[in-house]
Write a protein that binds this ligand. Structure first.
Ligand code: GLA
Length: 420
């Protein structure tokens, strides 16, 4: 009994020594998340107020709403499902909120043709003060494998004295040792620049603090902005495109589309930009009571195809005219996606010269004569392309002509260019 109780403490140093002696053994599961993971997570809408019915209903709604057909796959329970450990150290789900247990829930989600994700924390306790995995990594990974977990989001609260690289590598090794392929989502909010070290540890890593259900309000940690509303998190992705690719993605956090605070334009822009960034598309709204507008945004298949493109390139800014920006994302077979983003809160008229992506911007019939601060002259069009408008869902001409387009405040126009 005593031995079992201390199973984790005793076994971990041996496993660590073994893994250090045979570094080839320490690895993450390969060939997972070859395109950005898509799914739903309970946190943004429900926070701690979750139970098994809410999760089952979300799984049902993911299927009936067409989200599953559009590519959404993972149903992830975030914080607050767990309450304690038993006398042997095994993690216990809240018996009142999850009376059927996590295994039954996972089975249900699998029976709907979906995959099942769970949440834990590298620290002693989660952010909502539930038991974390510190000291129980291998035991928890075995439990998850037994339950049929396919995705683990691993947080970073209550981790004083720990080191990100070591803590996340330990959990990676634990997952790997358990034998069940699990997508490993690192959630340390970008603090240790995981894009620089996590490609062989996790499949995605948060690059920011928590997204907030607003457009542009920053959150500060130790006096520094570390995340916040949609465009705060968006701007923190600048320059990170070189670190993303199949199996390892930058994660600017989950979607707030459908959570009531963003306008239609902002919701469209949020979704489009996350698609351009090859960001994980994890919906965070109430799928059961989702309105048509939200559903239309979240299931825009042509935009999802941009996000899920097999080349796995993260899009980036090629022009920055201040409040007006152009994002570019190369796609397979020589296609590309272009997104014009209007940060002004009033409409602008734009004229785009496709060849060098130069933009003229008019507001109230006045040319704003904006000069770009970012101007990627190396990205040019040398051929003629057909243009498909990804929100109007129709072909609108070719790149041989200047594009004239009115764009509403906080909105986007997004195009897929196809070689003639
Ligand atoms: C942290 C994470 C969030 C969420 C909460 C849960 O803040 O960054 O995404 O998981 O914890 O407590």
């Amino acid at each position: 009994m005593i031995l079992l109780k201390h199973f984790q403490k005793i076994i971990t140093p041996f496993l660590l020594a073994f893994l250090l002696a045979f570094p080839g053994v320490a690895q993450k599961f390969e060939n997972l998340a070859m395109t950005p993971p898509m799914g739903w997570n309970s946190w943004n809408k429900f926070n701690c107020e979750i139970n098994e019915q809410i999760i089952r209903d979300a799984a049902d709604a993911m299927v009936s709403s067409g989200m599953k057909d559009a590519g959404y796959e993972y149903i992830v329970i975030d914080d607050c499902w767990q309450v304690s450990r038993d006398s042997l150290g095994f993690i216990q789900a809240d018996p009142e909120k999850f009376p059927s247990g996590i295994k039954a829930l996972a089975d249900y989600i699998h029976s709907r043709g979906l995959k099942f994700g769970i949440y834990s924390c590298a620290g002693r306790e989660t952010c909502a003060s539930r038991p974390g995995s510190r000291g129980y990594e291998f035991q928890d990974a075995l439990t998850y494998a037994k339950w049929g977990v396919d995705f683990l989001k691993h947080d970073w609260c209550n981790s004083t004295g720990q080191n990100q690289k070591e803590s996340y590598a330990l959990m990676r090794d634990a997952l790997y040792a358990s034998g069940r392929p699990v997508v490993f989502s690192i959630c340390e909010w970008g603090l240790s620049k995981p894009w620089e070290w996590a490609a062989n540890v996790g499949h995605l890593w948060r690059t920011t603090g928590d997204i907030r259900n607003n457009w542009n309000i920053p959150d500060a940690k130790e006096g520094k902005c570390w995340g916040g509303g949609v465009i705060i998190n968006l701007d923190m992705q600048q320059g990170l495109e070189i670190y993303a690719g199949p199996g390892h993605w930058n994660d600017p956090d989950m979607l707030e589309v459908g959570n009531g605070a963003l306008t239609d334009s902002e919701s469209r822009a949020h979704f489009s930009l996350w698609c351009m960034l090859a960001a994980p598309l994890i919906a965070g709204n109430d799928l059961v009571n989702m309105d048509e507008k939200t559903k239309k945004i979240l299931t825009n298949k042509e935009l999802i195809a941009v996000n899920q493109d097999v080349l796995g390139k993260q899009g980036f800014k090629i022009k920055d005219y201040g409040e007006i920006e152009i994002y570019y994302k190369p796609l397979h077979q020589g296609d590309m996606a272009i997104c014009i983003f209007n940060r002004f809160n009033q409409p602008v008229s734009t004229q785009l010269n496709w060849k060098n992506f130069e933009l003229q911007v008019n507001s109230q019939n006045k040319n704003l004569e904006l000069t770009p601060t970012i101007d990627r002259k190396d990205i040019q069009l040398n051929d003629n392309y057909t243009i498909y408008d990804l929100w109007e869902k129709r072909e609108i001409g070719t790149t041989s002509q200047v594009l004239k387009r009115e764009i509403a405040g906080h909105d986007v126009a997004v195009f897929r260019l196809k070689k003639h």
